[in-house]
Design a protein around this ligand. Structure first.
Ligand code: HEC
Length: 123
């Protein structure tokens, strides 16, 4: 194989693996959003209303944890990492048994849909 073909092969492989990683990333985030956050009867809505069962809190916490280490689809990665870490910390406090209004308010703040979407959700 000549050099040009070798570089082409490497480029093609790199592009393929990057887009596979992108898809996996998108699927993880999409699952959290669809199964956890979206809608009036979502786990997120129940947690903020204080009506989630222990199992529901755990399911949401497990979902949110999967966002740790995901790549920001757009925007600054370190800013995204901070938002994800804040969200993980806030749901962990509730999952750990803190049902105080302050813990719920902190979770609501960390789960600010628009705050995260405006910076990190592709248009
Ligand atoms: C910490 C960041 C963050 C928070 C908080 C957040 N989201 Fe998202 N959300 C994202 C990102 C990033 C995407 C884009 C994922 C992609 O396209 O790869 C997204 C996508 C979505 C989608 C589209 C999913 C799809 O079909 O692809 C919905 C619906 C959604 N979010 C709902 C919500 C709701 C409702 C809230 C608030 C209760 C919320 N999100 C809070 C980061 C967040």
């Amino acid at each position: 194989m000549n050099l040009a073909l070798t570089s082409l092969a490497i480029l093609t492989l790199t592009a393929a693996s990057l887009s596979a990683a992108g898809d996996a990333n998108h699927e993880i985030i999409e699952k959290v959003m669809k199964e956890g956050m979206k809608g009036d009867t979502s786990l997120h809505a129940k947690v903020t209303a204080g009506t989630a069962s222990a199992d529901e809190v755990k399911t949401l916490a497990d979902l949110i944890h999967t966002m740790t280490g995901t790549k920001a689809p757009v925007g600054d990665q370190s800013n995204y990492d901070k938002k994800v870490a804040a969200l993980v910390g806030a749901i962990d406090a509730i999952h750990g048994g803190n049902k105080s209004p302050e813990a719920v308010a902190a979770y609501k703040e960390a789960a600010n849909c628009k705050g995260c979407h405006s910076a990190h959700k592709p248009k």
